[in-house]
Design a protein around this ligand. Structure first.
Ligand code: ATP
Length: 513
């Protein structure tokens, strides 16, 4: 079954999960608002992550619990932070890299040409549907190059005018996996454009000049490195240990797209795990396994997840040496049958602490008093996940089309993630159904997010609960008043059972873990 993203976006709006930011003004590209149910879902995912990291972290390879503390650092830090981290000083334009030739092009300096209708081109056995050239390349040079690439003879032909063969188009309209780069020998070697200086800037204070320029953080990680020493000095942590943080990050993405998958404002859940250099490999494997398990635990099916090791040429500057990076990827509807990144687990070595130590002049190493006062700069393993991207994965994985129910669909959230755990539905708005329902509602809401829904016929109310993924509905009817039982309807099976009113709480407790 293929799911259309349009349907997911429509559901999210219709049922109050996610709205376009500034909707009434026509929106703002790359920004989204989380509605009442969206924030509930996001908080559930965030809380599960915080629990799995800070409150009840896993047992380490030696069987004892690992130690991780929390942090909430400022979004805006001293701009030197981003010089040290390598975020400043890059390019300020969208750039396209060629994986084959290692050439880097300014995206707006490239020219794209596609064969006119019906012309099919193969290069080295691969389909090519576009060619990139540097702006200013002459028609003669273009023809020469096509010949060199040995595209089918009929295609280059004898035509004098290149416009008989190829039409101009823009980067947005080409399929990069079928595009031949300006210096490449086969299609598919160009990366999507990346704005290298992707940081959004701002000017705190009254003066607006270069000296007062600061940045909205493009990742939460650096705030953790800045506080490494504070945490060591104030908490009773010993190596190895972790610092975890959840919060907003901002990137001036060149092409925000695929709903909240790639936005300019988003949330991350990052943990920096500090350990002795010689233990890095062991902890890297440990965290990769833990992080995959986390996504399974919140309800993503195994069949839609995969681990993928970065190729050497994709690695970030801090991960070039060492153990590299492994991504946890999810099969989003817009990547299927392929996968898209949900989280990256990177071995950052001692890059960040060394850089910040150099730029700040502060010692950011570790003195191991237990092991002979050995002094070293710890290595870092970083599981960096997208919270907002995770929310999208939860919604996509839960989306079920089912013509046999009133809404035609339902969301199969894991009960622990569902924004509403149960709905209490008095059969009619008259008689004594309502007071009994109210009483149950007041009792349950002390422990669970529950909804009391009185209006409309019962079918419509079930339909709404299906669409927001509520796992259980309790209906109060005339029998309830007679024998103190309620009907419980289970979302996925739509099976209805009768249980005692006083057992409802235990029932929920058992089902929601
Ligand atoms: P991508 O390759 O998709 O741009 P990245 O490798 O740059 O991502 P990281 O810097 O490793 O991403 O950030 C960690 C996580 O933050 C990603 O796995 C992703 O879930 C999330 N993330 C990164 N950029 C965005 C964005 N623009 N919108 C939403 N989530 C994002």
């Amino acid at each position: 079954m293929t799911i259309d993203m349009k349907d997911i976006v429509a559901l999210c709006k219709r049922r109050g999960f996610i709205f376009q930011a500034s909707d009434i003004y026509g929106g703002l590209n790359g920004f989204w608002d989380f509605g009442p149910l969206g924030i509930a879902l996001k908080n559930n995912l965030r809380d599960a992550w915080w629990r799995s990291m800070v409150i009840a972290p896993p047992l380490g390879p030696d069987g004892s619990p690992v130690e991780i503390v929390g942090l909430d650092s400022a979004i805006i830090q001293n701009p030197k932070t981003w010089e040290a981290s390598g975020h400043v000083g890059g390019f300020t334009d969208p750039m396209v890299d060629c994986k084959e030739t290692k050439q880097r092009y300014r995206a707006d300096h490239l020219l794209f040409l596609t064969p006119l209708d019906g012309k099919s081109v193969t290069i080295k056995g691969k389909q090519a549907s576009a060619f990139a050239f540097m702006q200013g390349t002459s028609n003669e040079e273009i023809k020469e190059r096509l010949k060199k690439l040995r595209v089918n003879k009929e295609f280059v032909g004898t035509s004098a005018d290149i416009s008989d063969l190829l039409a101009f188009t823009s980067l947005e309209n080409v399929n990069l996996s079928e595009t031949v780069g300006p210096d490449a020998s086969e299609p598919g070697t160009l990366t999507p454009p990346r704005q290298f200086n992707l940081m959004l800037d701002t000017y705190p204070g009254v003066v607006r000049d270069e000296a007062s320029k600061a940045y909205l953080r493009p990742e939460t990680a650096q705030g953790i490195f800045l506080n490494y020493k504070n945490v060591l000095d104030s908490m009773r942590v010993r190596m190895p240990f972790g610092i975890a943080q959840v919060g907003k990050a901002f990137r001036n993405e060149v092409t925000p797209r695929n709903f909240i998958y790639r936005s300019r404002e988003f949330e991350q859940m990052e943990m920096e795990w500090f350990c002795p250099p010689e233990e890095a490999a062991q902890w890297f494997d440990f965290w990769v396994a833990q992080r995959k398990q986390f996504w399974l635990d919140v309800g993503l099916p195994e069949s839609m997840l995969q681990l993928r090791k970065h190729d050497q040429d994709e690695l970030a500057h801090y991960a070039k040496e060492g153990l590299g990076t492994i991504d946890v990827e999810f099969q989003f509807p817009f990547t299927a049958p392929g996968f898209g990144e949900l989280e990256g687990i990177a071995h950052r070595g001692d890059f960040d602490l060394r850089q910040h130590s150099e730029f700040s002049g502060q010692k950011l190493d570790y003195l191991d008093q237990i092991n002979g006062n050995r002094r070293y700069t710890p290595h870092v393993i970083e599981p960096a996940a997208g919270l907002t991207r995770g929310v999208l994965a939860l919604i996509c994985a839960a989306y079920r089309i089912d013509p046999n129910r009133p809404a035609g669909l339902y969301l199969d959230f894991h009960p622990s993630m569902a924004p509403v755990k149960a709905a209490i539905l008095p059969l009619t708005a008259k008689e004594d159904h309502v007071p009994t329902a109210q009483k149950l509602y007041m009792d349950l809401r002390k422990e669970y997010v529950v909804e009391l829904d009185i209006k409309q016929n019962i079918g419509k109310r079930y339909a709404r609960q299906d669409e927001i993924g509520t796992p259980f509905c309790f209906t109060i009817d005339n029998d309830t008043l007679q024998d103190q039982t309620v009907t419980v309807r289970e979302r996925n099976s739509m099976k209805q059972d009768r249980i005692a009113l006083h057992k409802v709480k235990d029932y929920l407790k058992q089902k929601i873990r």
